[in-house]
Structures are given as C-alpha cells and as structure tokens.
Design a protein around this ligand. Sequence first.
Ligand code: PD2
Ligand code: ZN
Length: 291
Amino acid sequence: MEKITRMSNELKDWIQQTLKSGVNPESIVAAMVKKGFDQAFAYSTMLRILNNQSLKTVDSNQTPYMYESIDVAKKGNIITTTDREIKVLLKMDKPFITFLDNVLSTEECDQLIDLSTNRLQPSEIIDPITGEKKAVPGRTSKGAYYYLNETSLISTIERRIAEITSHPLEHGEGLQVLNYNIGEEYKAHFDYFPANQIDKDKGGQRIATFLIYLNNVEAGGETIFPKIGLSIVPKKGTAVYFHYGNSHSQVDRMSLHSSIPVLKGEKWVATKWIRQTEINPTRKPGVIVTE
Ligand code: PD2
Ligand code: ZN
C-alpha cells in the first residue's frame, strides 16, 4: 500500500496541540506511521514542527546521549588495514555513521554469498519481553550465521572489521549474512538491547554495527535512518558503520534504522554487531525490534 506523504493543516494543528500537552514526539510519529504515514516523512514533518530542535534521543529514564569521539573518525579519508585500503565516502557525527568503500573485493562478496546460499534460515528477532528468539513479519529476510573465525574467509573479514573499527575481534558477534528477496524488508529497529536483556558476562550491550553490502540492488533495499532522513543505497563491497553506545552505557536513539523493501533484484548484506567487551563466541546473534 502507498504510504502517506502529505500533511493537512488540521493534522499539523493536532500535532502541535498534542506536543503542547506533553506527549513525546516519538510516540506521535509512531502513531502517524501506524495510520499509514511514510516513516521518514513523519520524522521530517515532526522536525519541521519542532523548528528543527533535535528529537528526544534517549529513553525517558536516560540523560541526553553524550557523543564521544570514535576511532574510525580520526583515521583520515583512507583507512589502511593489513590487506586493504578502505575509502571513507561519508561521515556523520550525531548519530555517528560512516559509509566506506572498497571494504570487500568483488570476489570476497561473491564467495560469502556462495558460502551462505545453502545455509539460509528465516531471520529471527529476540522478543524484548521474553528474551526468546522468534520469526516476525517485520523481518522477512533469511539469514546465515557464522561462528567467529569459522572459515578463512570469515576470519579475513572479521580481522579487517576489527582493524577498521579498532574494536577487538572478540567483541564482535558471529557474522550474519542476510538475503532479502523482492518485497522483503527489516522494519525500523535499534540494534542495541533493552536494559533488561544486557548480559554483562557475555559482552554487555551492543555499541556498534558494521553492515557490508555484498551486491548491487536494482531498486529498493536501501538502509534508512529515518530520524535524520539518511538513505544508504547498497553498493557491492561498501559498508556502513554506525555507533550507538558510549562509555557511560548510554544508547543513542538517533540510530533507529531499517531496510526498506527490495523492489527489483535481491539484496545480500553481512552484519557484524559489536559489544562493549568480549563475548562468548558460540552464542548466535539476534536483534531486538523496539519501534
Ligand atoms: O540490511 C540492512 O540494510 C539492515 C538494516 C537494518 C540490516 C540491519 N538493520 C541489521 O542487520 O541490524
Ligand atoms: Zn539493524
């Protein structure tokens, strides 16, 4: 169904009144999306109405997120690893996002797709209430999961990610390869865990995501950051790296993101979620949908 991208004056008045009555902007946006509004449109309208003051970026029980300097941002426009030169294409501070080119070679992308094709299973999320894994309509892709250093290809990729991000390989969850067919998507979510599901003995909170694009998608399939109106178009061998957890254990709600439906072709990505400390490498990954 076509999403609504126009706003009547009545609706604008209603939003202003509702904001005045103390309702949180994010709840209003969520209500608009439920009513059929395009999410990016709903956020940009809300920002306009708020005179471009930033939207609330934290849980109600969290003090404002404190942005800290991120190692990648200090590495210049070309990041040199032991085996590759990575080119920085885009940098953003708040939320911290960087888009990188030449992260994987064409051959590495193809090999990872080949390795994963027979291993795909319906993707699951972790239920934020029960903590159990389950398939949900909001995440229609299929996924293949790998243990740390499972093959030499996985090992090479993991070492490279660790060198680029300066986060030790052991802080990373097992690599996850996702495949989306036409119409498949991953609705808006945060990658970090709700406070009640952080296991301090198993790496603690997730603080960053390294997402590698393994193919070009003919139409659709962008990774969207709806709160800032950013859309990343998949390009084979590139990666988006975003950071959302600081040394005070705060999480950045500006990191909300989604993968919009593939319209033509298919989409392959590899995701590495990074934790605060070393995790048990036998644990398989999962993601929380909270919005
Ligand atoms: O495939 C994507 O673009 C995407 C978007 C949002 C992947 C993830 N999140 C993820 O793996 O967390
Ligand atoms: Zn995600």
